[in-house]
Structure formats: C-alpha cells, structure tokens
Ligand binder design. Structure first.
Ligand SMILES: Cc1cc2nc3c(=O)[nH]c(=O)nc-3n(C[C@H](O)[C@H](O)[C@H](O)COP(=O)(O)OP(=O)(O)OC[C@H]3O[C@@H](n4cnc5c(N)ncnc54)[C@H](O)[C@@H]3O)c2cc1C
Length: 497
C-alpha cells in the first residue's frame, strides 16, 4: 500500500495505453512492454516499500531512438521516468501510473576505450563493474565503486552521483565523469563536458550529475579510468567505544593521510556480518574500523604503521594488518556482506542514507539508540566513516501493521538529526521520493525555488520524472512571477526586459 502522495494521475492517458504502446512500437519495434504481468517487473526499484506499475515500458537501443521517444512523448504531453537497473534506494526510478518508463538497460555497449587519454566512452546501461571489467586486462579500473556495482548502471550512477568505499580518495561519480551525451525532454540531443578536464562554457555537467533523472536522459558517458594501484592493504581496528573510533577517523585524516577506504560498523552490524561470513571480526568491540591504503608497497607499509599508532593512541583493542591478499579480502568480506547479513536480523530493513560531520558521530549514534527505543525498532549502522556518510539499517516487519510507518518516521527523525548536527539529507542514495518531503528541513522556499528554476531551464513542461526530489513542483511560469506589494516594484533601479 502506497502512503506516498504522487502527482495526480491522468485517467485519459491511462485509457490510451494501447495506442501509446503502439506508437512507441513504431519507434522501438522490439522493445515495448505493456502486458500487465510483465509491467509488474518494473513496479519498484530498490526502495520496494513503494510500488506502482508503469503505463508502458520502452527499451530503446540507440540515442536516436531515445530522442524520438522523448520527442513523441513531449508532443503528447506524457510523463517519462528514466530507469537504469532499478537499484535506487530512494525510489528515483519509481514508475508513474500515467507515465512511460524509459529503460536504458539495453544500451549496454562499450563505445571506445582510449588508454592514452585514460578515458572510456560507454552507453548508459553498462554496469559500473562492467567498465572496470572492460579495462582491467590493461591494468586499469573505474574508481567509484557502489556496493551495487555488479548491477547498477553508469546512467543511474550519474543520476545519483553514486559513491563507494574508494570515493574518499578517488572522488564520487562527479569527479570521474568527463562528459555526457544527453537527450532533453523535447528530444533534442546535447553534449555536455568532453574528454578533458576543463571544457568550455558553464559547468552544466556538474549540474546534471546528481540530478536524479529530472533534467534529461543520459545516452552516452565518458569516464576517467585509472591505473590499478600496485598494492592494496587493509588494517582492522576494534574500539571499546564508538566515540574513540570516530576520533581515530578524524585523527587519521588530520594527519594528512587519505586512505583508499575507511569504513565503520557498529556492534549490531559487526555481529551480524561475522555470523554471516566469518570474517574473523572481534565480537567484543563497540565499533569496528577497516582502513585500506593503496600504492607502492613501501608507501603502504609506512601509512599502515602510522595508522596503527594513531589507533593505539585512541584505545584500539584490536589492530590487525592484512598479511596477504586473502586476508585483506576477508576483512572486506564482512563489510561487503553487511547489508544482507543485517537482513537476517529481521524480515525487513529500511536503509537510510545521511551525512554528518565526522566529529558528531558518537553523539548521533547515542541519539539514534534513544530513537530506536522510542520506536521499538532495532537499528544497525554501517558508515562510510571517511566521508561522514551514515547508513542506518532500521529493522522492521512489513507484515506487522504499522511497522513500516514507524520505520519511515524513525528514518525521517534520523535525517532531521543529520541536518541539525550540520550534515545533509543524503550521502549517495539521492532524494527520490524517499526524502522528497524532508527537503524543506534542509532548504527554505527560496532555495527550493532556485533549484526548480534549473529544472525549468531543462524541462519547462515538468514531464521528466515528476514527483521526485521536489516536495512541490510549481508551474515554471509561476516561478518567474514577481511579487508586487502595494504597487511597489522590487529593485526599481534595475533594468527590466
Ligand atoms: C544492495 C545495494 C547496495 C547499494 N550500494 C550503494 C553504494 O554503495 N553507493 C551508492 O551510491 N549507491 C548504492 N546503492 C544505490 C544504487 O545502486 C545507486 O543509486 C545506483 O547508482 C542506481 O543505479 P541504477 O542503474 O540502478 O539506477 P536506477 O535505480 O534505475 O535509477 C536511479 C535514478 O537514476 C535515473 N536514471 C537512471 N538511468 C538514467 C539515465 N540514463 N539518464 C538519466 N537518468 C537516469 C532514474 O530516473 C532514477 O532517478 C545500492 C543499492 C543496492 C540495492
């Protein structure tokens, strides 16, 4: 049952479903789904609490087809929701009952690899890991590594500005994408950015990365590829208090060390992960840190020794440096399996995503324990510690009446707390529908109106992915209106056009 308020559904559009499918089939003859059973496969993304089968699905294979689909939908005044692999955890790819779902998964070709320029040009449906797979034979990789990398697509990564363990050192998607080809809401094909570091003109690429499918449909992507580091080694650190672990993270960064990854798990997450994969984690610690460094072996040795010293001075009770690749992978196995491991603690969990200043971690975790008691729901925490990106996993049972609503309220309280301590509503999962109604906690009306002006510049009819990100979409014409009070023009000295 969907408790979410979405834009009003146009019944006249639903009544035309078959004609719409027929028209789309003329553009993509082998790629239209409109059978009710088959549409169910697309009814949600990774945020399965919300479901809505789309009006019809279209699966183009070329930019030209995407452009024609968009132009036709624009002419008919239809809503369009882009979709990659559907792994979004914020409901960004949630379909609309009267909207066309534009699936990009069949656009999955590697277009070009240029090792000299260190770039790869790929279609948007290539998976994140697919880019690394295509270049690893030559000793290269694609740095941003969301845990979902085996499935999620580069197009989705761009829309969500996705990150992963390696983003502390190598940056998020936005730092690793050089250019895109994009189809606008009316079908026009544009190119933003390029192959180099500093393309001419405004940085519209920076606006598009993280825009959650609201500004255009990405149809080709140029990404930076990096040489695979010579060595990678990890150190496992256990602390008797989360405060000490948090302080240790801050001290490592303050020392000028930027690890390749720095991840933290609280006790419930550590216990669940250990029971699931037997990674050899200590069970008597309140917080577990995994810190990885990479580069030439001598550099790794020096950095690990220094990190161990810093950890000791913060009271670490466990400190183990990986002795070989097998041990390094074992340290990570538990962290990588933490989500499914926590999934064994309760029938359902709700994965939140907020960011806080690192130094407020222990306070935030304490307050979260209080909220957990208040709502009567358990919570386990996995934390991209270096980035301050928190992933509380709220445990609930969807079959128990009222528990989903409680989990949602608990999650909203956590996000409000993130903003209150100086953080932000999302780290890497996006706003989507999940955090849409919390946007006013972070932004006032003026901020939101400015953000919507950007939306209006790209999609003035508001047909691309409506109902996502903005708590309320004003008609673009309304946003341009001036407020004239008692006939007094604001700033009368300014020239008007
Ligand atoms: C188990 C699991 C672990 C995860 N771990 C991480 C993690 O570590 N880090 C992280 O950042 N995220 C993580 N995620 C979230 C998710 O995988 C990412 O947000 C991912 O980038 C979504 O990619 P997708 O192809 O599945 O996109 P979808 O879910 O299909 O779509 C996501 C958004 O992108 C838009 N979109 C998709 N393709 C295009 C396109 N070509 N053009 C324009 N808009 C488009 C959609 O409209 C939607 O708004 C995880 C998800 C799961 C299920």
């Amino acid at each position: 049952m969907m408790s979410l308020v979405m834009p009003p559904v146009r019944e006249d559009v639903i009544a035309r479903r078959l004609q719409i499918a027929e028209a789309l089939r003329r553009i993509v003859p082998d790629g239209v789904v409109c059978n009710e059973t088959e549409l169910k496969a697309y009814e949600s993304d990774g945020l399965t609490a919300y479901r809505q089968p789309p009006l019809v699905v279209v699966l183009p294979q070329t930019t030209e087809q995407v452009s024609q689909v968009m132009a036709w939908c624009h002419g008919e005044g239809l809503n369009v929701v882009p979709r990659g692999a559907g792994t979004s955890l914020s409901g960004g790819a949630l379909p609309l009952a009267d909207g066309v779902l534009l699936g990009l998964s069949r656009m999955n070709r590697i277009v070009e690899i240029d090792y000299l320029d260190r770039v790869a040009v790929v279609q948007p449906g290539v998976t994140n890991l697919g880019v690394t797979r295509a270049v690893e034979g030559e000793g290269f990789y694609y740095a941003p590594d969301p845990s979902s990398q085996i499935a999620c697509t580069i197009g989705g990564n761009i829309a969500e500005n996705s990150g992963g363990v390696h983003c502390l050192k190598y940056g998020l998607t936005t730092n690793n994408v050089l250019g895109v080809e994009m189809v606008l809401a009316d079908g026009e094909i544009v190119r933003l950015g390029g192959r180099g570091l500093d393309p001419a003109g405004l940085d519209l690429l920076g606006v598009v990365v993280g825009s959650e499918g609201l500004l255009g449909v990405v149809t080709e992507v140029t990404v930076r590829i990096l040489p695979t580091p010579e060595t990678a080694r990890a150190i496992l650190l256990g602390f008797p208090e989360t405060r000490r672990a948090g302080d240790c993270v801050a001290a490592i960064i303050a020392e000028g060390i930027i690890p390749a990854g720095m991840e933290m798990m609280d006790k419930p997450a550590t216990l669940a992960a250990e029971a699931f994969v037997h990674a050899g984690y200590p069970l008597d610690v309140e917080a577990l840190l995994i810190v990885e460094v990479d580069g030439p072996p001598i550099e790794c040795d020096i950095l690990l020794a220094r990190i161990a010293e810093i950890a000791a001075s913060h009271g670490a009770t466990t400190s183990r440096i990986s002795q070989d690749e097998e041990e390094r992978l074992r340290f990570w196995a538990g962290r990588k399996a933490a989500f499914p491991a926590v999934g064994r603690l309760a029938p359902d969990y709700y994965c939140m995503d907020g960011t806080i200043p690192r130094k407020r971690l222990s306070e935030v975790l304490d307050r979260m324990a209080g909220l957990s008691e208040h709502y009567g729901l358990g919570v386990a925490n996995v934390f991209h510690a270096g980035d301050g990106n928190l992933h509380p996993l709220i445990l609930y049972d969807a079959n128990q009446p009222g528990q989903l609503e409680k989990a949602e309220a608990f999650g909203a309280d956590i996000l409000r707390m993130c903003v209150e301590v100086g953080g932000v509503l999302t780290g890497e999962h996006g706003v989507g529908v999940e955090k849409r109604d919390l946007m006013p906690v972070m932004f006032d009306e003026v901020d939101l109106a400015h953000q919507q002006r950007i939306k209006c510049a790209f999609d003035p009819e508001l047909k691309l992915n409506p109902g996502k990100v903005f708590p309320q979409l004003h008609r673009c014409a309304e946003l341009g209106r001036m407020h004239i009070h008692h006939g007094a023009l604001p700033h009368p000295d300014l020239p008007r056009f």
